[in-house]
Each structure stands twice: as structure tokens, then as C-alpha cells.
Design a protein around this ligand. Sequence first.
Ligand code: GLN
Length: 199
Amino acid sequence: APVIGVLALQGDVREHAAALAAAGADVRPVRRREELDAVDGLVIPGGESTTISKLADIFELREPIDKRIAGGMPVYGSCAGMIMLAGEVLDGRPDQRGFAGIDMTVRRNAFGRQVDSFEAPVDVTGVDGGPFHAVFIRAPWVERVGAGVEVLGTVTEGPAAGRIVAVRQGNLLATSFHPELTGDRRLHAYFVNLVRGVR
Ligand code: GLN
């Protein structure tokens, strides 16, 4: 089985670990460099991106993670994890910094201005079986994507209709929503397959 780490600095680590294990991965928490070195892919959980950013520096994981990303390691980030994978963050804290990730601009807490959390159906390109029941919790949305970024999903109804909420650039995958909080394992299965293909 592919070895997939969950960045275990802050956030819903346990939920991602359970979803990855159900999708067939050998799951490991990652807090130290040696643990990062041992994984084929990495998940950055939902939580609080400002805290994850700070802890990535304190745990001396920022440079090692950037190097692994440059080396092609697959990474999937949900919500705060999406923010950590964004090249540019609007409405972020001045000191927060993402990894060397996806060529996109995200707006932090974007949906939160209208509603703190909501749910909506979201179709994700490349994932069969109908739309996800997407859960958004003080979630970011994507305001700009570079030429190399594939939009995989947008909100289709309600006040946020048209907003980009799932993207992929090469081996980097990000969603505004939290499939780890629902019983739906299709996105984790998609990521496990991506890691299998790269390993
Ligand atoms: N608002 C959080 C942040 O800025 C993200 C929320 C989440 O991950 N559910 O990091």
C-alpha cells in the first residue's frame, strides 16, 4: 500500500487518517522530517492555516515539504490545507506563508462573510458517482488559477454559485470542502490512486 502521511501539526488529522486508511493507504502522522522522508504522499488537513503555517516553521518542516513538492510528491490539502497549498492568499495574516504549491490565489474565510458554514453538492471532475455532499467551514474559495491549474469543481447553486472549490496542478490537489468529515471516501481514493501512480 502507498504510504501517505497526514501533516499532524494542527487540524482534523484523525479524520483524514481514517479516510485514507479506508481508501487503502498505509497512514502515518508527520511531525518530524524523518517522518516526512518516509511517505509517498502527504495530506494537509483542515484546521487553521495561520497555526499550521507557524507550526511548520517551529517544527522545521517548511523547507523539507517545499523540497518534496518540488520533487513531485503528491499532496492533498482540504480547507486550511488548500490555503497552505496556495501561491497567494487574500485576507490572510501578514505572517502566514504557504508551501511552494499551486499557482492560484485563494481568499481565506471567503464564504464566512455570508455564512460560517454551509453544505452544497459539488461535482468533481475525475470522480464518478455523482456530486459530493460538500461541507464548507469558514472555507476559502479560489479567485484565480494559473494556466497549469485544472479546475475540478465549482459550487453550482446558492449565493456562492460559480466559485471554484476543487483544483489540481500536477500532483497537487486541493478542496475548499472537507470530504474527511463525511463518510464519502471517493476523494481520498482518488488521492491514493494518484500516489500509487507516482510512487
Ligand atoms: N478558516 C481556516 C483558515 O483560515 C480554514 C477553516 C478550515 O480548515 N475548516 O485556515
